[in-house]
Design a protein around this ligand. Structure first.
Ligand code: SF4
Length: 437
């Protein structure tokens, strides 16, 4: 039987997921974050409220994704290389809308079909360009093009991984998670790896060891925890709702249950005042956990977050870029366990990564060669690194950045010799303000 184009619908996907899950199929078991109090975190602070989803809703989304996958096969998308598939998505969306109009006996084309499920309304309008930028990427209610691109990206990425969101799937009973994974595997038999985000507090308080082991037996492979810090003062300041010791207990329990443990750490989160303590305490906590992966994600203060209010009130002073790099140096030096460090975030100035302990010296060398630069060269290094991150993330440079750099453009490239330190710092700030962490 051919594809029923009129029956193709969008489904809810997890816009916020670990970078390793960028090409994963994703399904929302909950929406947004049940905690949502961390002061630095902009993700769900703009009108996206938390809700749980019935398993029937999740099953319906899996069927919607399966229909899209079947359509992509029928349309000959699967196996396409390069940009050719992406280029065809808009035409496919028009074809679906036309089929839906025809099915209703309408002339003309139906506008985008509303989400069939009871998704919360899109985040409130905000007037800050950086938040608008962020929200253009965060999709509370994905449309057809988002959903088709998502399934296509999964197929193009090998078709083996699945992320089940949103921010804390450890609040879900094992039987529920098992049912969701089973339904996803039944619809997409090539799935091999399932991962979730979780809070260490949930691993400690909400789930018994038996329940965590049940997740693993049902096929869950890895939990990504946002540790951010091992320092209790920093965790309290940021209202993370957890202590360093609870981080340790939650991660060790997860590992013992047979699940892989990947943790996020946020250099800079202690600000200037707690910088050193944040680094030392975090290294100590990480050494006790020995997670499989440590992912560095340097602090960016987002507008309209509670942390930005602390900055405005003078109660939080950001650590300098150099200070943040020194924190990373402390981590690399002091994390005394076998683990892998990754810098897979555009928020990081340096690309520090490798296996500990073997690659410790090489990582320190990357850090020390930056620290050895004089103040002016540090600025130039940062500008170049941030420009490259921006280009890597968005595939080009926006006109406001080009306008700032225009005075220094030459026939051969760019010459910053007439640029003041203040102006370089402002351009760096402008670019960082647009990067997605
Ligand atoms: S738990 Fe995670 S998603 Fe929730 S507010 Fe904190 S950082 Fe944000």
């Amino acid at each position: 039987m051919g594809v029923e184009y009129a029956a193709i619908e969008p489904y809810e996907i997890c816009s916020i997921r670990p970078p390793t899950e960028n090409a994963s199929l994703t399904f929302r078991l909950t929406r947004n974050c049940p905690w949502n109090r961390c002061r630095f975190c902009p993700v769900y602070k703009f009108g996206a409220s938390f809700s749980r989803r019935e398993i029937a809703e999740v099953r319906a989304d899996i069927r919607r994704a399966q229909r899209i996958d079947d359509m992509l096969f029928d349309e000959g998308f699967i196996g396409l290389r390069g940009a050719s598939g992406w280029d065809r998505v808009p035409a496919l969306v028009r074809k679906i809308r036309q089929a839906q109009s025809d099915a209703l006996g309408m002339t003309g084309m139906l506008p985008e079909r509303a989400m069939p499920s009871a998704a919360p309304s899109a985040p409130d309008a905000v007037d800050d360009p950086r938040i608008e930028w962020f929200m253009s990427w965060f999709r509370e209610a994905p449309d057809l093009a988002d959903s088709i691109s998502h399934v296509y990206a999964w197929r193009a990425g090998g078709g083996e991984t699945c992320f089940l969101g949103d921010a804390d799937s450890l609040i879900l009973p094992p039987a529920y998670l098992a049912e969701a994974m089973e339904a996803a595997r039944a619809a997409f038999p090539t799935l091999r790896r399932f991962t979730v985000y979780g809070r260490t507090k949930s691993a400690v308080k909400k789930r018994s060891m038996k329940e965590l082991a049940a997740y693993a037996r049902a096929g869950l492979h890895r939990v990504h925890f946002g540790l951010e810090s091992g320092c209790d003062e920093v965790l309290a300041l940021m209202d993370k709702g957890v202590t360093g010791e609870e981080h340790v207990a939650g991660c060790l329990k997860t590992k013992e249950a047979g699940l892989s443990c990947s943790v996020y750490v946020m250099p800079g989160l202690g600000g200037a005042a707690l910088s050193e303590k944040h680094a030392h305490d975090t290294a100590a906590v990480l050494a006790k956990i020995a997670p499989d992966f440590i992912r560095l994600r340097s602090l960016e203060v987002f507008p309209q977050t509670p942390l930005e209010a602390l900055v405005r009130e003078g109660r939080f002073v950001e650590a300098s870029e150099e200070r943040v790099v020194r924190e990373i140096r402390t981590l690399v030096e002091e994390i005394d366990c076998a683990t892998t460090i990754l810098s897979d975030s555009a928020s990081n100035l340096l690309s520090v990564g490798g296996r500990l302990p073997d690659d410790r010296a090489a990582m320190l060398e990357v850090i020390d060669s930056y620290l050895a630069l004089d103040a002016r060269d540090k600025l130039l290094f940062s500008l170049q690194a941030r420009l490259e991150s921006f280009h890597g993330q968005y595939g080009g440079i926006t006109t406001d950045i080009v306008d700032e750099l225009r005075p220094y453009l030459t026939d051969d490239g760019v010459d910053y010799s007439r640029a003041s330190d203040d102006h370089l710092a402002r351009v760096i700030r402008l670019i960082r303000g647009k990067l997605m962490p």
